[in-house]
Ligand binder design. Structure first.
Ligand code: NAD
Length: 498
C-alpha cells in the first residue's frame, strides 16, 4: 500500500509527524494509501526550503521561467492517462471526467507560459518636469495554496502555475482525500526543470493549514474549499498580514424560461446536475422553471433521464458518474435527501438505495430529484454536494431572478432562453459572479478570471487570468529624475503643481 509523505526540496520525503489519514478508493471502498499529516515543524521546514530557493528563481528571466511551464504542459500531456487513472481511483470521478479535471488545470499552465508579457510594467515619460515614472511587478516571495478534494489536478494548477511563473516559491497543502495527483504534478514540475524548493507539497490537515496561516514568511494564501473554512482561512490569514483569496461553496441555479428549447435544456441540466456525482462547485443544484407549464414540460422529460442515469465504477468509460469521495460524504448526502422529505419537498426520483453490483462496498448512490422545493427549506439553502437536484417552481421571471440574487451563495448561475433581452437583463442584474446564457456550467476560460460572489468568495481578485498575476505580484512604482532635470533649491510644493 502506498504511503504518501511530502514533497520538499525537490523530492519525496517521509513524514516525521507520526500522524496519518487513510486515502480511499471510492469505487471499491478499500483503503488504497495512507497520507502523512504534517506537524508544524515539517511545515516550517518546507517554508524555509522555499524561502532559500525563491530569490534565485525570481532573478531567472521570465522567458526561462515560462519555458519550464511549457515543458510542464508537455509532460502532463504525455502522462495524461496515468494521471487520469490515479485521479479517478482516489477521487471516484470517471476517467473521462478526470481528464477534464487535468485539462482545465493545464489550460492555466498554458496561460502562465505568457508570463513575460503578463508581468510587463508601465512607463510614463515626462510625468513632471524632467520626471519619468514606471511600475514593475515583483513576486511576493513564498506563497501557499490550500485546495479541495474535488479537483485534485485543476485547482492546484490554478494556484501554483501563475504563482511560480511570477517568480514565487509555492507550498501546496492539497486535500488529504486525494493527494496522489498533486504529488505527481510536483514531480513533473521538477522534470520540467523547476529548481528544487520552488514547488513543495505538504500533506496534512488543520495543523498544517494553521501553521501556514500563522507563518510570517508566507505572503499570500489561495484557498478553495467549503465556505465556513474559506471564511476562517481569510480571517486568520489577514490576522498575520497576508493576502488571501478564499473561494467557497455554491448553490448554482439554472433558470428555464418558457421559450427555452426543452430538449437542449434537459441535456444541459442532466450533465451539469449529476456529472461528477454533483461534486463540482459549478454543478447546477437548483433548476428554476418559469411558469407551471414550463415546469410540467421540464419534469416530463427530466424524470426519465434521472431514472436512467448510469452510475458505475470510475474505470467504466460509459458511466455517467461514479461514486462519491468517502463513506462520510455518502451518509451526509443521503441525510440531506431524508431531510428534504421531512421538510415537505417531493422526492420524485430516489437514488438512495442504489447498489453497484460487484462493488458493494463502494460509495455509490443514484441520482435524486426533488420537485416543489421551497426557498425556506434547508435543502435549498445549504450546499449538498452530491447527485441531488432540486426543482423550485417560479411563477414569473422576476421571481426566478430573485432566487439566485438573494441566495447566500453566488458562485455560478445559468439562464436558458431564446430571448436575448431576457438573457441580457438577467446577466446584468443577477448577484452572482459567473453567468451562463444557454451554457449550464459557465467556468470562464483560463485567460478570463474565475470567482464567485457573496459566501462563495472571500477576499479580492479572482483565480487565473490577469487577476492571478495581480494576486501573486506586488507593484513597485519608481519616480525618477536625473541631474539635468533637477531644479536648484529646495522645493516646498508638489511637483505636479508647478
Ligand atoms: P473543505 O473545506 O473540507 O477542505 C478544503 C481544504 O481545507 C482541504 O485542503 C482541507 O484539508 C482544509 N481544511 C478542512 N477543514 C479545515 C479546518 N478546520 N481548518 C483548516 N483547514 C481545513 O472542502 P472539500 O470538501 O475538500 O471541497 C469541497 C468544497 O469545496 C465544496 O464546498 C465546494 O463547493 C468547494 N469548492 C469551491 C470551488 C470554488 O472555486 N468556489 C471549487 C471547488 C470546490
Amino acid at each position: 500500500m502506498e504511503s504518501y509523505g511530502h514533497f520538499i526540496g525537490g523530492k519525496r520525503v517521509a513524514s516525521t509527524s507520526g500522524r496519518t489519514a487513510d486515502v480511499f478508493e471510492p469505487m471499491t471502498g478499500e483503503t488504497r494509501a495512507t497520507v502523512a499529516l504534517a506537524s508544524k515543524a515539517e511545515v516550517r521546514a518546507a517554508i524555509e526550503n522555499a524561502k532559500a530557493a525563491q530569490p534565485a528563481w525570481a532573478a531567472t528571466n521570465p522567458q526561462r521561467r515560462a519555458r519550464v511551464m511549457m515543458r510542464f504542459v508537455d509532460l502532463v500531456t504525455k502522462h495524461y492517462d496515468e494521471l487520469a487513472d490515479l485521479l479517478a481511483r482516489e477521487h471516484g470521478k470517471t476517467v473521462p471526467d478526470a481528464k477534464g479535471d487535468i485539462q482545465r488545470g493545464l489550460e492555466v499552465a498554458e496561460f502562465a507560459c505568457g508570463i513575460p508579457h503578463l508581468m510587463k510594467g508601465e512607463y510614463t515619460e515626462g510625468a513632471g518636469p524632467g520626471i519619468d515614472i514606471y511600475s514593475m511587478r515583483q513576486p511576493l516571495g513564498v506563497v501557499a495554496g490550500i485546495t479541495p478534494f474535488n479537483f485534485p489536478a485543476m485547482i492546484p494548477m490554478w494556484k501554483f502555475a501563475p504563482a511560480i511563473a511570477c517568480g514565487n516559491a509555492f507550498v501546496l497543502k492539497p486535500s488529504e482525500r486525494d493527494p496522489g495527483v498533486p504529488m505527481r504534478l510536483a514531480e513533473l514540475m521538477m522534470e520540467a526543470g523547476l529548481p528544487a524548493g520552488i514547488l513543495n507539497v505538504v500533506n496534512g490537515d488543520k495543523e498544517a493549514v494553521d501553521a501556514l496561516l500563522d507563518d510570517r514568511d508566507i505572503k499570500a494564501v489561495g484557498f478553495v474549499g467549503s465556505s465556513p473554512i474559506a471564511q476562517y482561512i481569510y480571517e486568520r490569514a489577514a490576522a498575520s498580514g497576508k493576502r488571501a483569496q478564499c473561494f467557497g461553496g455554491a448553490k448554482n441555479h439554472m433558470i428555464i424560461m418558457p421559450d427555452a428549447d426543452m430538449d437542449q435544456t434537459v441535456d444541459a441540466l442532466i450533465g451539469a446536475g449529476y456529472g461528477s456525482a454533483g461534486e463540482r462547485c459549478m454543478a447546477i443544484s437548483v433548476a428554476v422553471p418559469v411558469g407551471q407549464s414550463t415546469a410540467d414540460r421540464l419534469m416530463e422529460k427530466l424524470i426519465p433521464r434521472v431514472e436512467n442515469l448510469k452510475v458505475g465504477p470510475s474505470t467504466d468509460p460509459s458511466a455517467d458518474f461514479g461514486p462519491v469521495v468517502t463513506r462520510a460524504a455518502l451518509e451526509r448526502i443521503k441525510g440531506y435527501v431524508d431531510l428534504g422529505i421531512q421538510e415537505g419537498a417531493k422526492l420524485v426520483v430516489d437514488g438512495r438505495d442504489f447498489k453497484m453490483q460487484g462493488y458493494e462496498d463502494g460509495f455509490y448512490m443514484g441520482g435524486c430529484l426533488f420537485d416543489d422545493v421551497k426557498s425556506d427549506m434547508r435543502i435549498y439553502k445549504e450546499e449538498i454536494f452530491g447527485p441531488v437536484l432540486s426543482v423550485v417552481r417560479a411563477n414569473t421571471y422576476e421571481e426566478a431572478l430573485r432566487l439566485p440574487t438573494e441566495h447566500e451563495y453566488g458562485n455560478g448561475v445559468a439562464i436558458f432562453t431564446r430571448d436575448g433581452d431576457a438573457a441580457r437583463d438577467f446577466a446584468a442584474k443577477v448577484d452572482v459572479g459567473m453567468v451562463g446564457i444557454n451554457v449550464p456550467i459557465p467556468v470562464p476560460i483560463a485567460y478570463y478570471t474565475f470567482g464567485g460572489w457573496k459566501a462563495s468568495g472571500f477576499g479580492d481578485l479572482n483565480q487565473h487570468g490577469p487577476d492571478s498575476v495581480r494576486f501573486y505580484t506586488k507593484t513597485k512604482t519608481v519616480t525618477s529624475r536625473w541631474p539635468s532635470g533637477v531644479k536648484e533649491g529646495a522645493e516646498f510644493v508638489i511637483p505636479t503643481m508647478e
